[in-house]
Design a protein around this ligand. Structure first.
Ligand SMILES: NC(=O)c1ccc[n+]([C@@H]2O[C@H](COP(=O)([O-])OP(=O)(O)OC[C@H]3O[C@@H](n4cnc5c(N)ncnc54)[C@H](O)[C@@H]3O)[C@@H](O)[C@H]2O)c1
Length: 267
């Protein structure tokens, strides 16, 4: 998709990866709405973008992605202000595994993503007055491989990958003009990663050593590394069903690209 003149919504876009994705889209000439529960950071982010990209290119709307009415309000407001929506990035996510936090992890990471995807399927549908476009669901490499110290988080991200691939596999997705793709970053230097890492200082040494080994082997990438992969995915002509992983260790990988048939040498 060519990004000049397009309109995008990025959930959880006040900081971290979401802010990076939104900034990448702004640089390519798109208009962006970030929605987040953190108004102070969200508004500060828009303040700096107004200086960098000009007023009217971006806006902040307060929204908890687990709240249907708030999320639908964002869709309606963006369509009213920017004329339509071409891209939804379901990025908002948290990591909590404790008795009082794990349900919220599922609510935000899984149910929030389904909520947004369903709203996009309604408001972006070409056959119902929308413009078609792309939904990018932010999963994780924790949605591709088991993570023994974060099973709820991994379960939520496996859910995002399976849900997104299933949406993309629906034959009627073609007539709506909407494509569905999942992006799976590995460890990235953001608040979510650093908070999770410092919380792990509480756990047993032996387990901590194993976690540290996983992190050391995989490496910690920058937000810019992930944004490079994200823009490649979004700008591709054909991206329905794409699952892209991005890690320091292996760079950008397409997880489910069809393998070419082995060449046979015909004499
Ligand atoms: N950082 C990593 O290592 C990493 C790796 C793989 C995947 N991810 C995923 O990337 C996404 C972004 O994570 P990040 O690392 O930038 O985290 P972050 O904590 O820096 O940013 C997350 C943003 O989401 C917002 N948010 C939280 N709950 C929300 C809700 N209910 N509604 C709206 N906004 C909400 C927060 O206020 C925050 O601005 C998440 O889905 C995360 O699971 C991160």
């Amino acid at each position: 998709m060519k990004l000049l003149g397009k309109v995008a919504i990025v959930t959880g876009g006040a900081q971290g990866l979401g802010r990076g994705f939104a900034e990448g889209l702004l640089r390519k000439g798109a208009k962006v709405c970030i929605c987040d529960i953190n108004s102070a950071t969200g508004l500060a982010t828009i303040g700096s973008w107004n200086k960098e990209f000009g007023a009217g290119k971006s806006m902040f709307l307060k929204c908890d992605v687990t709240n249907h009415d708030q999320f639908e309000g964002v869709m309606k407001k963006v369509i009213k202000e920017f004329g339509g929506v071409d891209i939804l990035v379901n990025n908002a996510g948290v990591n909590g595994e404790e008795p009082d936090t794990w349900r919220r992890t599922i609510q935000i990471n899984m149910i929030g993503v389904i909520e947004g995807t369903m709203l996009a399927s309604t408001y972006m549908d070409k056959t119902a007055g929308g413009r078609g476009g792309l939904v990018v669901n932010i999963a994780s490499t924790a949605g591709l491989t088991p993570i023994f110290y974060a099973p709820v988080y991994a379960g939520s991200k496996y859910g995002v990958v399976g849900y997104t691939r299933s949406m993309a596999a629906n034959p009627s997705a073609r007539e709506t003009g909407i494509s569905y793709a999942a992006l799976c970053p590995a460890f990235t230097n953001t608040q979510l990663f650093n908070k999770t890492h410092s919380a792990q200082k509480e756990i047993k040494d032996e387990i901590l050593n194993q976690v540290s080994k996983v992190v050391t082997d995989t490496g910690i990438q920058t937000v810019a590394d992930v944004v490079n992969g994200f823009l490649l995915l979004v700008e591709a002509d054909s991206n329905n069903g794409t699952v892209m992983a991005v890690s320091k260790q292996k760079g950008i990988q397409y997880i489910n690209k069809r393998r070419r048939k082995p060449q046979t040498n015909k004499l």
